[in-house]
Design a protein around this ligand. Structure first.
Ligand SMILES: [Zn+2]
Ligand SMILES: [Zn+2]
Length: 367
């Protein structure tokens, strides 16, 4: 039997094509076994929310966007799900959750790619339906489905550090994991990161924690300066000569690992052209349609180069992101990445501010 309960929730409904968000009142939710209702404390605007509202990528509408958030459990369905730490989720737990719910049973889930589950449901990316109106982070409440990875996060960390964990930070953890398949030890290695957004900055901190020498590439001087506070040894603009000089000054001929987090086709081409023999290029940023990039296959073959794509993440990467946040919060200015916070009803203004790029993240706070 599902639990039906009354709520006083508001979700910001987006109908597509430049339409402003409309507040949608939700008066009741029905929770099935393994489902959870969370009251949202803070959401952050991810770059993909900006791309969606600008029309750069398609999404089914009407929808409630937002997939980076932290909140507190206020109700449970007939069976409480198990959190990542093995405890049963309980009312009152402060939680973050995965960007998706997966079935755990299909070939992709069994093959270790739950983010590509055949029956995937993705928060902030699905058409709103009567049984699941609270499916995104830009709302007062979120309805978590069975098959969602839920992590209890305690009260120590500020919401500004916790909200981005479920997309940006966990994706950075997945990218690092992908790199470790060919480069298990990062100590002493030259790592280049293009794109100093939340993923790039987090990777800079994670890679430098692992002992790598990190050079960040970003066209913005502000972001370059910020990169130095996230463990980068140097940060340069997008010129090829600049990067070579920076690497040389640090004692390296070429990058051994390159994390491409900008999504710019030129950066993808530059990474493949510059990577050292035996090196690996991990592509994370190319998440909306863009121009093709010419790749010289002989360079890949003779250079023994590994080219890897990373999209979203698996539950262990959310756990790794949380562990990173606890460990890194005193050493890196994680909370400062949320540069401004707007009330939920001003979501459209918040999206404009996010698109401006002056801050790595803009927060959205219900009530
Ligand atoms: Zn995202
Ligand atoms: Zn599945």
């Amino acid at each position: 039997m599902n639990e039906r309960m009354n709520v006083d929730a508001t979700a910001m409904l987006w109908r597509g094509d430049g339409a402003p968000h409309e507040p949608m009142a939700v008066a009741a939710v029905e929770l099935a076994a393994g489902e959870v209702l969370v009251e949202i404390e803070l959401a952050t605007i991810c770059g993909s929310d900006v791309h969606t509202t600008r029309g750069d990528r398609a999404t089914p509408v009407p929808t409630v966007l937002g997939h980076e958030q932290v909140g507190r459990v206020v109700a449970l369905g007939p069976e409480a799900p198990t959190a990542l730490d093995g405890a049963q989720v309980a009312v009152g737990d402060r939680v973050v959750w995965s960007i998706f719910a997966a079935c755990a049973d299909c070939d992709r889930c069994r093959g270790g790619l739950p983010q590509k589950c055949r029956r995937l449901r993705k928060y902030g990316h699905e058409r709103t339906e009567p049984r699941w109106q609270l499916g995104g982070g830009f709302a007062t409440h979120a309805h978590l489905l069975a098959g969602t990875a839920i992590a209890r996060v305690g009260d120590e960390l500020p919401a500004e550090v916790l909200a981005p964990l479920s997309c940006g930070t966990a994706t950075a953890a997945a990218a690092l994991d992908a790199a470790r398949r060919t480069h298990p030890h990062l100590r002493g290695r030259a790592v280049v990161i293009s794109g100093a957004g939340l993923i790039g900055l987090t990777l800079a901190a994670m890679a430098s924690d692992a002992g790598a020498t990190v050079v960040v590439v970003d066209p913005s001087e502000d972001r370059c300066r910020l990169s130095l506070r996230f463990g980068a040894a140097d940060a340069v603009g997008t010129g090829v000569a600049e990067l070579s000089e920076a690497l040389e000054a640090l004692g390296f001929e070429a990058p051994e690992l390159w994390f491409e987090a900008s999504g710019a086709s030129r950066a993808v081409a530059a990474a493949v052209a510059a990577i050292d023999l035996g090196g690996a290029v991990v592509l994370i940023g190319s998440v909306s349609p863009g121009p093709s990039v010419a790749v010289d296959p002989e360079r890949i073959v003779r250079g023994l180069v590994t080219l890897t794509g990373v999209h979203n993440y698996a539950p262990q990467h959310l756990a790794a992101a949380i562990a990173f946040a606890h460990d890194a919060v005193m050493r890196y200015p994680l909370a400062e990445l949320v540069g401004a916070t707007e009330p939920l009803e001003d979501l459209d203004d918040a999206l404009v501010a996010a698109a401006g790029g002056g801050h790595v993240r803009i927060g959205v706070r219900p009530r």
